[in-house]
Design a protein around this ligand. Structure first.
Ligand SMILES: [Zn+2]
Length: 56
């Protein structure tokens, strides 16, 4: 049966650790958290190339 998704870390597929559900370890949980924040946060100080519209 396809019960694989329900039982395993969403990031690496390793067996879930009850302490870090639904992830397998703190590492994966942190990684997911960072990813999540990375998507929600747009760092204002990010360098942008303003030469994209340069005409010659
Ligand atoms: Zn994992």
């Amino acid at each position: 049966m396809s019960n694989l998704r329900a039982k395993g870390c969403p990031l690496c597929g390793a067996p879930t650790n009850p302490d870090y559900r639904p992830f397998c370890s703190r590492g994966c949980r942190d990684r997911d958290l960072l990813q999540w924040m990375g998507e929600g946060y747009r760092v204002p100080g990010r360098p942008i190339d303003e030469v994209a519209d340069e005409e010659d």
